[in-house]
Design a protein around this ligand. Structure first.
Ligand code: PMP
Length: 371
């Protein structure tokens, strides 16, 4: 039999959770309430959809291997040179490539407990060793389950090559601000690459949230990853990007598959960047619906962890698994958290006002029954 590398031997293939294709067939796309994958319920900009139609004449052509038009648009948006940007087939691909390029057997990668699942996967695939740092405890009033940045910095050893931090984090929804960010960056040695996964950054509207983008010029070891999957509503196209010092990007370019972002995706993302009004409207509606849903769940006696994302982590207690499967049987899909070591919690994507009402009605029917 084929013998996998040491890192891959210990891995299981991605478990998509529920069979969404089968559930869509069973309930119909309209009736199935999909609140498990942190997608944008409003969808992408119309301009992005039209850009894809335009690409239909060119499907026999390879896309621009450099993705230069999209990079130029991103460079303008973020005030950097195109050489500071790398495009990926989703930010997932970039998170994997970072470990592939910068860590290997004998090296250490540091990340937080409850950190985004791909951090562990990338570390293992690279054959590196993980140092998982305990998160802030659940009983804390201030950002429970969030990253403990002091402990993360303290876990760095001479063997550490890479640190992953998600801000805001999935699945906890937690975040931190500029003082914590700067104090942390000051403690990370310059030879250690520090990756800020900012998949949900556009959605974070709290004044005490800070992106690491503003610190790129100051720290040559800093990498920021972003995605078109969340606030831009383009998860189906698989486009993410990273920003870092041009020298670091050039090293990453060596392992990138030449045509890793397809033509329709490049065109649609460029159009999406042009439609700032749509992004803004999605972000505003998400913030309103997130806070309304959090309050509605709290009124039902459930603990809701703080979130600056488009999802809520909610504590359902010992009945969690029962509630989750009863909801799926009715066509309501949430995300179980057992894999993250939070089996008494479910992660709920914030939907439209109507979707959130349907979720609450389904929950009310269930919670009454279990009394
Ligand atoms: N980072 C975080 C924190 C995420 O939650 C996700 C998606 N669930 C990703 C990265 C990857 O997203 P994508 O590959 O679609 O860009």
């Amino acid at each position: 039999a084929a013998r996998a590398s040491r890192g891959v031997q210990g891995l299981k293939a991605y478990d998509p959770g529920h069979d969404l294709v089968a559930l869509r067939r069973k309930f119909g796309e309209e009736r199935l309430l999909e609140l498990g994958s942190n997608e944008n319920p409003y969808g992408p900009s119309t301009a992005a959809r039209m850009a894809i139609l335009d690409q239909m004449q060119s499907l026999h052509r390879y896309p621009d291997p450099l993705g230069l038009d999209l990079k130029r648009a991103l460079a303008t948006l973020h005030g950097v040179d195109t050489g500071a940007i790398l495009l990926g087939n989703g930010s997932h691909e970039l998170l994997m490539q970072l470990a592939q390029v910068f860590a290997g057997p004998g090296d250490e990668v540091v990340y937080s407990q409850y950190g985004f699942a791909v951090f562990a996967l990338a570390t293992q695939c690279a054959g590196a060793s993980a140092r998982v740092v305990p998160a802030r405890t659940r009983d804390r009033a201030d950002m429970p389950l969030g990253h403990d940045l002091d402990a993360i910095a303290a876990a760095i050893t001479p063997a550490t090559r890479l640190v992953y931090v998600a801000n805001p984090n999935n699945p906890t929804g937690t975040w931190f601000g500029v003082d914590a960010l700067d104090a942390f960056l000051a403690k990370v040695p310059p030879e250690v690459i520090v990756v800020f996964d900012e998949a949900y950054a556009e959605m974070a509207v709290a004044p005490d949230y800070a992106s690491a983008l503003g610190r790129l010029g100051r720290h040559g070891n800093l990498v920021v990853t972003r995605t078109f999957s969340k606030a831009y509503g383009l998860a189906g196209l698989r486009v993410g990007y990273l920003l870092a010092a041009p020298g670091l990007v050039a090293v990453m370019e060596r392992v990138r598959e030449s045509f890793n972002v397809n033509g329709p995706a490049l065109a649609a993302c460029e159009a999406a960047l042009d439609d700032a009004a749509h992004l803004d409207s999605c972000v505003r509606r998400n913030a309103v619906e997130r806070d309304a849903l959090a309050q509605a769940l709290q009124r039902r006696g459930l603990r809701v962890f703080p979130s600056q994302t488009n999802f809520l982590l909610v504590e359902f207690g010992p009945q969690t698994a029962l509630i989750e499967s009863a909801l799926v049987a009715q066509g309501v899909v949430l995300r179980p958290m057992g894999g993250y070591g939070l089996p008494d919690c479910l992660r709920i994507t914030v939907g439209t006002a109507d979707e959130n009402q349907r979720l609450l009605a389904a929950l009310d029917a269930l919670l009454d029954l279990s009394d």
